[in-house]
Design a protein around this ligand. Structure first.
Ligand code: G1P
Length: 902
C-alpha cells in the first residue's frame, strides 16, 4: 500500500480562493455554501454534507462531524461505462474507497472561494475527469451542482450518468425522533425534470401540522434535456442488499421508473438517469443538478425553467462569486502574502455567522438556528467595517432585548429586534451579557461620530422572568412582551434612552455580588461551560470587564454631554435607586433587591432628570473603588517575575486559580487576564508579569498559542461542565481562538504590540498549518490538544481578529467620526520595500492606506512623521494622523492615504 500524502493549502488569487490536493485524505473537512435567502449547507471533498433552510426544513439528511466519514448517502454522480465499469464522479463508490491510499487512488483536488466549491477528480483507468461545482445562488433557494465530465482516454467513450441525491425532506428532529414513521408521510412524484417529495404533514411535540413544502432534485444535460428515467426511492436505488457505495441500480443496470409515477411512504432519492452519451477523446459533457425546497410548484417551475439553460447556471455562478468577493471589502498587505489571504477568510467568517447563526455546520450540531445575545453584539463589530449601513438599526433594535432588571431576552427570533419570551419560563442569566452592548456601541459611535444614538428611545423587553431570573410569574407578562408604564390610569409601552439601557445593564451587573464582593457568575459568563456554580460562583474575570465598562461609560457620557451640549437626561425615577450608596456585599444586595422590586411590574410613570457630569463622576468613582478592591484582593504572585489575576470563585466559594511551587498544581486561566488588561485593572507592570505567566503556563506554539487554562486534573462539579470535557477540548484548556484573540486585542490596546502580535500570529500559523490543523483557511473556534482545528467558520474569534487587525495593528479607527491612524505594526510585518497596507471603507468612502517604514523600525519606537491624502500633505496630531470628518465628507469615493513612520 502506498500512503499518499495529504496536500497543502495554496491560495490562487487575491480573494482567498485556494486549492488543496487529495482533500479526502483529511478527515472532518467541510465547506460552507449558502445564499442570502435562507438556504445553507456544506459540502465535503466527496460531496457529503447537508443542506437546510432551518431546523424544520432539511433537504439532505442532517450531519454531525462523525457522519462525514460514516454516511454513504452523499450527493453522488455515477457514470456507467460501456465496458460495464462504474465510476463515481464524486469519489464515493466501493472501488474508490478500496483504492484509497493505494496508487490506484483518483487524483483529486478541491478548489474553492467564498460560497463556491469545486471538486475535481480523475482516474486513469476510467479515462475520465470530473469537475463538480457546487454553490447556492445569492437570491434563489436552490443548491446547484454543475458536473462536467471529460473523456481523457484516446478512445470514444459511452457513458450513462446517474445523479443520486438522497432526499431527507423533513425536520432535523426526525433523524432520531420517528425517522421511520415520518418516511411514511412522504409523497413522491416523478415529473419529467426530476423527483418531488411533499410530505403530507409534520408532527412533533408542537402538534400536527399539514405540510406545504416540496423538496426536489431536478436535472438537465447541457442541452436542457431532462433525465431519461428515475430512481425515486432508496429501495429502488440501492436494491435489495445494496448500499449507496454500491447501488444495485447502477451496478446491475436495474430498470428505472418513468415520469408520471407516484410513490407514497418511502425514503426518497433524487435518482436521475440521463441518456446515454458518447464522448470523443477530449470531449466534455455538462450536467446540472438542482437540489432544493419550495413553498409551491410555481417556484419549482421557475427555477427549473431558469437553470435548464446551462448558460444561466454559469451566469449565476459568476454573480455569486462576485457578490461574496465584494462583500469582503477589507484587504490587507503585509510581508506575508498567505497572511493577507488568511485575513480575507477572517473577514468572511462573520458573514458566515450572519448566515448560519451558531448552528447548521457539522461541528455545530447544537442549537436550532439563531444566535445568542452575545453573538448578536459581537457580530456587529465586524459588520461595522463590512456592512455598516444596517448596523445603526441593528444596535437600536437589539437594545430592545434588555429587561428593566438589566438582564435580557435570550431567545432571539428572525429579523431585527425580534425577542421571544421563553414559554417554558426557563431562566438562565449569563452575567457577561450586559458587558457587550456598550463595547459594540462605543465602536459604532467612534466610527460614526453619532453620539445622538445615546438618546434614541427604545422599549424594554418584558416577560414572566423578573428579579434577574430569580422570580418567574406569569402576572408580569403582557402580550407585547414590552415593559409597560402606568400613565393617566392607562398602561403604555415604556421607552427609555439607550443611555438609560446602558446604565441599567451595567449598574445592575455591578451590584449583583457574591461573598467576595465580586460579580456573581450566575448561569455562566462568556464561558458557557462554567455552568455549575450558580449559587456561590463569582466571575472575577467579568468584574474586571465591568469595572472597565463603568469607566468607559463615564467617558462616553462626558463626551456626549460636551458634543451634544446636553447637561442632563431624563430616566425612569426607579433608576435613582441604582445611584445610591452601597459598598459591602450586603449593601449592594439590598440595593439591587429594592430596585428589582420597583421594576417587576409596570413602572410608576415618573421620570427624573440626572446631571450628566454628576453621573459620570459617580460611575468613575464606582469604577475606581471596584478596581482597587479587585487589584488588592485578586492578584496572584507567581515565581520568577510572574503574576496574574484570579478569574473565578467556585460554588464552594474558593478562588479557582493559584500559584504552587509545584507547577503541576498551579492553576491559571486566560479569561481573567484578558479582562484585567482590557478593563484597565492591571497596571503596565502587572501586564508584564501576566504575559510572562501566560507564556509559562498557557502557551503552546504548535497548537495556536495561549490555552484557556492549565490542566486542573479535576472534574470540578462546583464550577461547570467544562471540567467534564477532556483537557484540551473546547472550553477546557483548548487554545480557544475567541479568548486568545481578545488577549491579543487587550495587549495591543495597552501598548503591548509585540505580545499582542504573538497571540494573533500563533493563531494564524496554527490555522494555516494544514498538516496539523486539518482545516481549510480561516480561524477555527478552537485547537484541540493535538492542534486540530475544531468548529471551523462560525466563531466570534473572526470578528475580534478583524477588529484588532484594523483598529490596533494598523491602528485605523474612528475617533468621534474622524479617521485616526496610528499603526502598531511590527517591523517584521512590513514588506521588503518597508510598506504595509490596508484598504477599507470608512464613512462611505474607500481608503487605500499605505504605511511606509523605510528604516524598518519596531512598533513602539516609531511615530508618524509625514502623511498625505490623495497626494497632498496633511497635518499630524502628536504622532497620529487624524482626518476630520468634514474633510472626509468632501472626498471622492476612492482615496489614497500614505503615512510615513520614523
Ligand atoms: C462560542 C460562543 C460564544 C461563547 C464561547 C465560549 O464561541 O459562540 O458565545 O462565549 O463559545 O463558551 P465562538 O465559537 O463564537 O468563538
Amino acid at each position: 500500500m502506498i500512503m499518499k500524502n495529504i496536500g497543502k493549502i495554496e491560495f490562487i488569487d487575491n480573494k482567498g480562493s485556494f486549492k488543496v490536493e487529495k482533500p479526502e485524505n483529511t478527515s472532518y473537512l467541510y465547506y460552507p455554501i449558502a445564499g442570502e435567502k435562507g438556504l445553507k449547507g456544506c459540502v465535503t471533498p466527496k460531496l457529503g454534507g447537508d443542506l437546510m433552510v432551518d431546523q424544520e426544513t432539511f433537504i439532505l439528511e442532517p450531519v454531525s462531524v462523525e457522519n462525514l466519514h460514516n454516511n454513504r448517502n452523499t450527493r453522488n454522480f455515477w457514470l456507467c461505462m460501456d465496458d460495464g465499469k462504474v465510476w463515481s464522479a464524486t469519489g464515493s463508490s466501493a472501488e474508490q474507497e478500496n483504492n484509497k491510499f493505494t496508487d490506484k487512488q483518483d487524483d483529486s483536488l478541491v478548489t474553492a472561494g467564498f460560497m463556491w466549491h469545486k471538486a475535481i477528480r480523475s482516474n486513469n483507468e476510467a479515462g475520465l475527469t470530473a469537475e463538480v461545482t457546487s454553490f447556492v445562488p445569492v437570491n434563489t433557494n436552490v443548491e446547484i451542482m454543475s458536473v462536467t465530465i471529460r473523456n481523457d482516454s484516446p478512445k470514444a467513450k459511452t457513458i450513462v450518468p446517474v445523479a443520486a441525491i438522497p432526499i431527507f425532506g423533513r425536520s432535523a428532529d426526525n433523524l432520531r425522533d420517528h425517522r421511520n414513521v415520518t418516511s411514511m408521510l412522504h409523497r413522491i412524484s416523478i415529473i419529467p425534470e426530476g423527483i418531488l417529495v411533499k410530505p403530507t404533514m409534520s408532527f412533533d411535540e408542537k402538534g400536527h401540522r399539514v405540510n406545504h413544502k416540496t423538496y426536489y432534485v431536478l436535472g438537465f444535460d447541457e442541452n436542457g434535456h431532462e433525465p431519461e428515467s428515475f430512481y425515486p426511492t432508496v429501495e429502488a436505488f440501492i436494491g435489495e442488499g445494496g448500499s449507496f457505495l454500491k447501488p444495485r441500480s447502477v451496478y446491475c443496470q436495474k430498470p428505472s421508473f418513468k415520469a408520471g409515477t407516484e410513490i407514497a411512504g418511502m425514503e426518497a432519492v433524487g435518482g436521475l438517469r440521463f441518456e446515454k452519451c458518447v464522448l470523443t477523446p477530449g470531449q466534455e459533457a455538462t450536467y446540472t443538478v438542482l437540489i432544493g425546497v419550495a413553498d409551491n410548484n410555481e417556484e419549482i417551475e421557475d427555477i427549473s425553467k431558469l437553470y435548464r439553460d446551462n448558460k444561466n447556471v454559469e451566469k449565476e455562478l459568476t454573480y455569486t462569486r462576485d457578490y461574496w468577493r465584494n462583500k469582503v471589502n477589507v484587504n490587507f498587505h503585509t510581508q506575508d502574502k498567505a497572511f493577507d489571504q488568511f485575513m480575507q477568510w477572517i473577514a468572511f467568517q462573520p458573514l458566515l455567522r450572519r448566515v448560519y447563526g451558531c448552528s447548521f455546520l457539522p461541528y455545530h450540531d447544537y442549537g436550532r438556528g439563531g444566535r445568542g445575545w452575545r453573538d448578536l453584539w459581537q457580530d456587529c463589530l465586524s459588520l461595522l467595517f463590512m456592512e455598516p449601513g444596517e448596523v445603526r438599526n441593528m444596535i437600536v433594535a437589539n437594545f430592545g432585548g434588555v429587561r428593566m432588571d438589566g438582564t435580557n431576552a435570550t431567545i432571539i427570533g428572525e429579523g431585527l429586534g425580534n425577542f421571544i419570551a421563553d414559554r417554558n419560563g426557563i431562566a438562565r442569566v449569563w452575567m457577561d451579557h450586559a458587558f457587550w452592548p456598550l463595547r459594540t456601541l462605543l465602536l459604532y459611535i467612534e466610527q460614526s461620530g453619532d453620539y445622538d444614538i445615546l438618546i434614541e428611545q427604545v422599549p424594554y423587553f418584558k416577560d414572566s422572568i423578573v428579579h434577574r431570573g430569580n422570580l418567574i410569574d406569569k402576572k408580569f407578562e403582557n402580550a407585547e412582551n414590552k415593559q409597560l408604564v402606568n400613565s393617566d390610569n392607562k398602561e403604555m409601552v415604556y421607552e427609555g434612552t439607550i443611555l438609560e439601557h446602558l446604565l441599567i445593564q451595567n449598574l445592575t451587573s455591578y451590584y449583583e455580588v457574591g461573598e467576595h464582593n465580586v460579580l456573581r457568575l450566575r448561569g455562566a459568563d462568556w464561558n458557557d461551560a462554567l455552568d455549575m456554580a450558580n449559587e456561590n460562583g463569582e466571575s472575577v474575570a467579568f468584574s474586571y470587564a465591568y469595572a472597565g465598562n463603568l469607566r468607559e461609560l463615564a467617558k462616553l457620557i462626558r463626551k456626549f454631554s460636551a458634543r451634544c451640549k446636553v447637561n442632563a437626561i431624563f430616566v425612569a425615577s426607579e433608576i435613582a435607586a441604582l445611584l445610591d450608596h452601597a459598598q459591602t456585599t450586603e449593601e449592594k444586595t439590598r440595593l439591587l433587591a429594592a430596585y428589582m422590586k420597583t421594576v417587576e411590574g409596570n413602572l410608576c410613570g415618573e421620570q427624573i432628570a440626572i446631571e450628566l457630569s454628576e453621573l459620570a463622576n459617580k460611575l468613575e468613582s464606582l469604577a475606581e473603588s471596584f478596581t482597587e478592591h479587585l487589584k488588592n484582593q485578586e492578584w496572584i504572585k507567581g515565581s520568577r517575575g510572574t503574576g496574574w489575576f484570579n478569574s473565578y470563585y467556585d460554588n464552594s466559594k474558593r478562588a479557582v486559580e493559584r500559584y504552587d511551587e509545584d507547577d503541576e498544581k498551579t492553576r491559571m486561566m486566560l479569561t481573567g487576564q484578558v479582562f484585567a488588561i482590557m478593563g484597565d485593572v492591571a497596571s503596565d507592570d502587572q501586564i508584564k508579569k501576566i504575559t510572562k505567566a501566560a507564556d509559562k503556563y498557557l502557551y503552546k506554539e504548535s497548537i495556536g498559542g495561549y490555552r484557556l487554562n492549565t490542566d486542573f486534573h479535576e472534574f470540578k462539579t462546583d464550577m461547570g461542565r467544562m471540567f467534564g470535557f477532556a483537557y484540551g477540548e473546547k472550553e477546557n484548556g483548548a487554545v480557544f481562538s475567541h479568548m486568545a484573540v481578545m488577549y491579543g486585542n487587550a495587549l495591543y490596546g495597552r501598548g503591548f504590540a509585540k505580545e499582542g502580535f504573538k497571540a494573533l500570529n500563533t493563531l494564524y500559523q496554527a490555522s494555516m498549518n494544514y498538516a496539523t490543523s486539518h482545516i481549510y483557511p480561516g480561524i477555527p473556534e478552537y485547537f484541540s490538544a493535538d492542534g486540530r482545528g475544531k468548529y471551523p467558520y462560525l466563531t466570534g474569534a473572526a470578528s475580534w481578529y478583524l477588529l484588532t487587525m484594523i483598529t490596533e495593528v494598523f491602528g485605523v479607527r474612528g475617533q468621534a467620526g474622524n479617521l485616526s491612524i496610528e499603526p502598531a505594526l511590527l517591523a517584521s510585518q512590513f514588506d521588503k520595500e518597508g510598506r504595509a497596507g490596508i484598504s477599507l471603507n470608512f464613512a462611505g468612502k474607500r481608503f487605500d492606506i499605505t504605511i511606509e517604514n523605510p528604516e524598518n523600525l519596531e512598533a513602539g519606537t516609531y511615530k508618524i512623521k509625514a502623511a498625505s491624502l490623495n497626494g497632498s500633505g496633511i497635518g499630524l496630531e502628536e504622532g497620529r494622523l487624524v482626518i476630520p470628518r468634514e474633510i472626509i465628507d468632501k472626498l471622492g469615493s476612492q482615496n489614497e492615504v500614505i503615512v510615513r513612520v520614523e
